[in-house]
Ligand binder design. Structure first.
Ligand code: ZN
Length: 188
């Protein structure tokens, strides 16, 4: 797979155009990593490339924040031959349910599909630290963060995607009269 971004576009995980995001802002790019996992054999290859970047790390367990991080954690667990679990929100707070546990000193990697502000990943880092686990890093398929150093642990990503985000009133795509698409809604 020479051009990872091209593969993401082919799978429909990255789209270029004019989009109304759930935040109400407009963008020229839309990212939906769930599309990669529509084809598990593709997902295995793509997440396998992310796993190659982690080869120097000693990891016991990979944990993903639900929902986006679940399949990434699962595939990383397969590629690295380690345990994969996920954290989910209960009353708004990330927690371990379903009998999942993290032991003291356990070496834990956080897995995500897309890192923007890193909010969910940071919450799961805190959860793991509260359980006295050791965070070895964060791994994400896509890095669309703006900050230089978003985490206090090493951050690995497969691709970096720069997004242009606009308020509706300053959106250059609106000014050009290009109709926007609301991703996730039915298109006619
Ligand atoms: Zn617009």
């Amino acid at each position: 797979m020479e051009n990872i971004l091209e593969r993401f576009v082919e799978l429909g995980a990255v789209k270029k155009g004019h989009f109304l995001l759930s935040s109400g802002k407009h963008s020229d790019t839309y990212i939906q990593c769930a599309k990669i996992f529509e084809y598990p054999i593709e997902a295995e290859k793509i997440v396998g490339m992310l796993a190659e970047k982690l080869s120097g790390l000693k990891i016991d367990t990979v944990i993903g924040p639900a929902i986006g991080g679940i399949t990434v954690a699962y595939e990383l667990g397969r590629a690295l031959g380690i345990r994969a679990i996920f954290a989910e929100r209960e009353n708004g707070i990330f927690t371990l349910r379903r009998g999942f546990e993290i032991k003291e000193k356990e070496k834990v990697l956080i897995a995500e599909d897309v890192i923007t502000t890193g909010g969910s990943a940071k919450e799961v880092i805190e959860l793991v630290r509260n359980l006295k686990g050791e965070i070895v890093g964060v791994a994400s398929l896509v890095d669309r963060s703006k900050e230089k150093q978003i985490f206090d642990v090493p951050f690995f990503s497969l691709i970096k995607i720069e997004l242009e985000i606009f308020n509706e009133e300053d959106c250059p795509l609106c000014k050009k009269g290009i109709p926007f698409i609301k991703p996730g809604s039915r298109q006619r």
